[in-house]
Design a protein around this ligand. Structure first.
Ligand code: HEC
Ligand code: HEC
Ligand code: HEC
Ligand code: HEC
Ligand code: HEC
Ligand code: HEC
Ligand code: HEC
Ligand code: HEC
Ligand code: HEC
Ligand code: HEC
Length: 353
């Protein structure tokens, strides 16, 4: 069925079925701005109205009475108009949809392989009749709940990476898919260069950490949030893509996995006992400087032979004692215990080699 005969059908249907004022989009040859006919069945005449197709507010001059709950009963049971009709007033949306994965009409899995625009926005008949009201807004403009809106997307995207969406932190915080995704704009949270900015709209504290002196190269987009996190939820801690924090680190820092002849217990247990993954003001993303890092766990209180030097660190009062001086000069435990992640040397028990 071609476009013109389709519109004639819509026109006929409107006149026959719907009392009241009806807006009918007419075919014109005018380039740029389009002319639509306002058709009033009672007066039985049509007035041409010029509309700017890029400006939906001017288009049809609609006023929105419904800023809260959408009271358009029967909306979902109305007829589908087809995307060509939507294009009369929302031309810009059609254009960028064509280059989007959702706009591939040959693929029956996509919205355009189904009811087009109305796969997501619902049947448009009542929208057409009410001059711009009565449509499902995916941003919740008419009071649509987050569940209702997410449900539309999840109908096609429930599996795969969204497997753990139910129960995820973002779901529990009532995030909508469209808090992160935009369907009609090109730059999306799925683009490596655009993603972090989207996350920072809510995670300002993480942005602050990436501005510290030592950090993962997140600012340069070499490592981005979704390299480590699945924002749709996961079975790991902090929505990590891996089951544990260490598995996450090993996925890029494989050499730290070991196995080591001499393990350092905290390194095998949880890298973040020493490292701040998003950024830190101490070298190598460490969460404490120099000896304090190690002294969090190693204190001199245990008092045994080899360990007594631990407490002498920064004990400058005793700096004249050569036995103490040796450690003060070295200033950092890791200068001697350089194999802090584990050692494979036969005599590397003290993680020195
Ligand atoms: C005759 C012109 C016209 C046609 C045809 C039309 N619309 Fe609209 N549409 C409007 C106007 C006017 C508005 C209100 C714009 C505003 O207030 O921002 C609007 C608003 C919308 C909104 C905005 C809701 C929001 O989130 O802000 C959506 C979605 C929408 N239309 C979808 C569609 C779809 C899908 C079709 C095809 C089934 C369609 N429109 C056909 C005129 C039209
Ligand atoms: C009718 C089914 C359907 C609906 C409804 C749907 N999508 Fe899709 N979506 C698809 C298909 C099919 C693809 C292409 C997937 C592929 O190529 O593997 C896709 C791709 C995507 C992509 C990947 C885009 C890219 O650039 O790679 C995102 C993100 C996405 N959809 C989000 C959404 C969101 C958000 C919603 C709800 C507003 C939604 N989808 C509704 C079917 C749908
Ligand atoms: C907190 C932000 C955020 C929210 C909320 C979110 N997403 Fe995503 N989504 C992303 C990011 C980041 C990517 C790209 C990285 C990736 O694939 O994990 C993505 C990728 C996708 C993709 C394409 C990649 C793929 O899996 O094929 C689809 C489809 C998708 N999301 C659907 C959804 C749906 C449906 C919802 C709502 C239930 C949703 N998203 C909610 C951030 C989000
Ligand atoms: C995959 C689902 C999906 C499809 C298909 C879709 N939309 Fe949307 N639409 C959305 C979402 C989500 C939003 C919220 C804003 C955004 O993501 O860009 C939206 C917002 C809108 C808006 C209001 C916001 C604005 O920027 O003015 C209009 C109007 C609109 N869509 C019209 C259309 C038309 C016309 C089509 C067909 C060409 C269409 N949509 C196809 C999901 C969809
Ligand atoms: C609309 C706001 C919003 C956006 C956008 C957003 N988040 Fe969140 N996110 C939250 C809230 C709220 C929480 C829960 C409180 C907290 O931990 O800060 C959260 C928690 C998290 C957590 C902790 C999860 C857990 O299971 O403990 C991670 C990781 C996360 N977000 C990553 C991301 C990433 C990556 C993006 C961008 C793709 C993103 N967020 C975008 C609001 C948002
Ligand atoms: C190199 C991997 C990696 C990258 C990249 C990364 N994260 Fe994380 N993130 C983690 C790990 C590991 C944790 C859990 C340990 C922790 O809390 O420090 C975490 C925890 C979080 C948390 C919850 C705890 C908190 O600090 O509030 C949020 C929110 C978060 N990340 C958001 C983000 C955002 C947003 C981005 C992108 C700007 C991002 N992350 C990039 C690995 C990463
Ligand atoms: C997606 C890959 C990836 C993951 C996952 C990852 N890293 Fe990194 N890490 C990098 C890259 C890239 C660099 C920068 C390397 C460079 O600049 O040469 C880096 C650098 C570092 C540095 C050195 C920083 C410096 O200033 O010397 C530390 C420490 C580090 N990562 C710790 C971790 C920890 C701990 C985890 C797990 C919580 C982790 N990384 C997970 C990719 C990753
Ligand atoms: C006991 C504290 C501690 C733990 C736990 C720890 N690290 Fe480190 N890490 C350090 C110290 C100290 C340095 C700096 C070493 C230096 O300056 O020579 C460092 C440096 C690094 C570096 C950069 C230099 C290099 O050796 O490549 C990476 C990457 C790194 N750690 C990854 C990890 C990973 C992955 C884990 C978890 C398996 C981990 N760290 C656990 C203390 C620790
Ligand atoms: C989160 C706690 C923690 C931190 C931080 C920590 N360690 Fe350890 N370290 C341990 C535990 C637990 C062991 C194994 C039990 C033991 O022997 O005390 C250990 C063992 C060692 C050993 C071997 C001792 C032995 O008896 O086998 C050395 C050497 C060592 N750590 C040095 C360091 C250095 C240097 C740092 C700082 C870069 C550091 N540790 C930071 C918890 C920690
Ligand atoms: C000047 C080099 C040097 C510095 C600096 C140093 N150590 Fe040691 N450490 C040693 C030597 C040597 C031993 C004894 C090794 C042995 O017994 O084989 C030792 C032993 C240890 C042991 C016990 C290992 C065992 O065999 O029981 C621990 C734990 C330890 N050091 C932690 C630290 C901590 C924590 C720091 C920083 C506060 C530190 N060391 C700074 C040289 C150093």
């Amino acid at each position: 069925m071609n476009l013109i005969s389709y519109r004639l059908l819509v026109l006929l249907a409107s006149i026959l079925l719907i009392p009241g004022t009806v807006l009918i989009a007419a075919e014109t040859d005018a380039p740029g701005d389009e002319v639509v006919d306002w058709y009033d069945p009672e007066a039985d005449e049509a007035t041409p109205v010029e509309i700017d197709s890029t400006d939906t507010i001017e288009a049809g001059d609609a006023e929105h009475a419904f800023m809260k709950a959408n009271p358009c009963e029967g909306m979902e049971k109305g007829d589908y108009l087809g995307s060509d009709v939507c294009a009369d007033c929302h031309q810009d949306k059609i254009e960028n949809m064509q280059s989007s994965p959702h706009g591939q009409a040959v693929d029956p899995r996509t919205p355009f392989g189904r009811e087009g625009c109305e796969t997501c926005h619902g049947p448009g008949m009542l929208h057409f009749e009410t001059e711009g009201n009565c449509i499902i807004s995916l941003t919740g403009r008419y009071g649509e709940s987050v569940e209702q809106r997410n449900g539309i997307c999840l109908e096609c995207h429930q599996s795969g990476k969204r497997m753990h969406w139910p129960g995820s932190t973002h779901e529990a915080e009532d995030l909508a898919c469209v808090d992160c995704h935009s369907i009609h704009k090109r730059h999306d949270v799925t683009e490596r260069t655009a993603q972090t900015e989207v996350c920072y709209t809510c995670h300002q504290n993480i942005r602050a950490q990436t501005l510290r002196v030592s950090r993962h190269p997140i600012r340069e987009n070499k490592v981005i949030c979704s390299d480590c996190h699945n924002p749709h939820g996961s079975t790991g801690p902090a929505s990590l893509k891996q089951f544990t924090i260490n598995e996450n680190c090993y996925s890029c820092h494989a050499e730290k996995r070991g196995p080591f002849l001499w393990e350092h217990q905290p390194a095998s247990e949880d890298c973040t006992l020493c490292h701040n993954v998003h950024g830190s003001n101490h070298q190598a993303l460490l969460n404490k400087p120099g000896p304090q890092l190690c002294q969090q766990c190693h204190s001199s209180q245990s008092g045994s032979q080899g360990r007594s030097h631990i407490g002498r660190f920064l004990d400058y009062g005793n700096a004249s004692d050569p036995g103490v001086n040796r450690f003060v000069v070295a200033t950092n435990c890791a200068n001697c215990h350089s194999r802090v992640h584990g050692s494979n040397h036969p005599s590397g028990r003290a993680l020195q080699r």
